[in-house]
Design a protein around this ligand. Structure first.
Ligand code: ATP
Length: 150
């Protein structure tokens, strides 16, 4: 799924998303449509709020995770607790150029709740943002067999 989304995003934008998978490819039982939608929102934000490369990393560290790291404008510390709120946008001036209604992340949170995932966001202003999707619930996780989609 991750590589499908990355391929689609690389094709629709003139920006490169770098996908790095660490360790053994994993398969997680989840709703693929909703997971894709969640990834699109997070990747689109990374693209909107940064100009450099965007790194994706998937692996397992107790729980399976997917990290999306950008090296863009970042989010001020005091704004960080609010970014998942509906219609919340950091700094109207900078956001105006990128459009948007401040709905992306609130939808991302709803998708994460529905998928029983945890979303973590870390950000340093002017350095960039990392969003981590953690499969912390009770998921069926296994190793990817050849012929299966990851
Ligand atoms: P849209 O409704 O089109 O998604 P949006 O991007 O403004 O609009 P959200 O996705 O909810 O809305 O994001 C809320 C705010 O969080 C954004 O306005 C932006 O300021 C900040 N933000 C989100 N992702 C990032 C990121 N990767 N880097 C920096 N700021 C971000």
């Amino acid at each position: 799924v991750l590589s499908q989304v990355v391929t689609a995003m690389n094709a629709s934008y003139d920006r490169q998303f770098h996908l790095q998978l660490s360790g053994q490819p994993l398969i997680v039982e989840t709703d693929v449509q909703q997971l894709k939608q969640l990834l699109y929102i997070l990747l689109d934000n990374a693209r909107k709020y940064s100009e450099d490369r965007i790194d994706l990393e998937a692996g397992t560290d107790g729980a399976v995770y997917i990290k999306i790291r950008d090296y863009g404008v970042g989010i001020p510390k005091d704004a960080l607790p609010h970014v998942f709120e509906r219609f919340y946008r950091v700094d109207k001036a900078r956001s105006r150029e990128t459009g948007g209604f401040g709905l992306g992340l609130s939808l991302a949170r709803e998708l994460a709740d529905s998928l029983r995932l945890r979303l973590e966001i870390d950000s340093i202003e002017r350095l960039g943002t990392t969003v981590t999707i953690v499969f912390s619930g009770d998921f069926n996780v296994g190793e990817l067999q050849s012929g299966q989609e990851g």
